[in-house]
Design a protein around this ligand. Sequence first.
Ligand code: SF4
Length: 335
Amino acid sequence: MTTVGIPRALLYYQYYPMWKTFFEHLGAEVVVSPPTTRKTLTEGASRVVADTCLPAKVFVGHTVSLVGKCDCIFIPVIRSLKSKTYNCSKFLGLPDMTRAVVPEAPPILEIEIDINRGKRRLYQDIYKLGRHFTWNPLKVKEAATAAWQSLLDYRELMYRRELILPQAMEEITGESQTGLNMILKSQTVPPTTIGLIGHAYLLYDEHINYQLIRRLQQYDATVVTPEMLPGNIIEASVNKLAGKAYWTYEEEVVGAGGHFLESGVDGIIGIMAFGCGPDSLMMDMVHRHATRQKTTPFMCLTLEEHTSETGVITRLEAFMDMIHRRKQKGEAVCV
Ligand code: SF4
């Protein structure tokens, strides 16, 4: 049986249930790298140039940790998921970068997803990927259909039942998600709601964000995240705030940010990686809108490998104190 390794980084958070279903339907075994640790990050950072963004360094570290544990590593190239929207260049070169900086890695299994090339090409690429496991096109089709259904179920768990991503992941895959930001206690009528915006690989990797969601829960805050919003709402919000989306994952930042500003959350925290071009533009757009709106406090946390935990905690404390004081007084605060 072929063992397919999947690095627990970048698009793992959005698509792991789909990938796992696809490969398992084709008779493969799937292994995922363990949750991020200091060693993962140090290893990844030591192999790439310093100004590579933090999530890409984490990705390389996870790939290194899979060496010797699998027959191949799955690294998809997601170029575009919607007409004329494009992904960050880091995703486009991921397999090539990995081959260059982790030469000891087993063969890389890749597929390029670019909706602009048409559905026919997409289906051909899926069959090409499936051919590594079977020559039977019907089996590949069945695996792809089951995988797509699994993605829909996963998303539905998040936006219908409002499960936070790690809970949905645990429910759908049956695998424990230690190391991701989990909700530790159930909350009834919480006093404070905080909207988190940013990419899933920043929001849910507890090592790089210093357990942000757990810390917010210690303030009795309910956390709402982009995955909890239905696609049509988030898309409408992007259109309103930015006109037309250009970046593939613009919805996680601009769409969710715009929606949270209108839906009356008590505060918004934007998480971005240092040196990320797309995020600095998108986060700035939401920040400007929040400043104009003058009713919803907004804070942006920028993460890199040298970010101090104390610095993150101090900023979080100050932000939450300000929100609590504001709520007690019932007054508007311009941020
Ligand atoms: S969007 Fe930003 S953080 Fe994500 S991979 Fe690209 S540069 Fe890195």
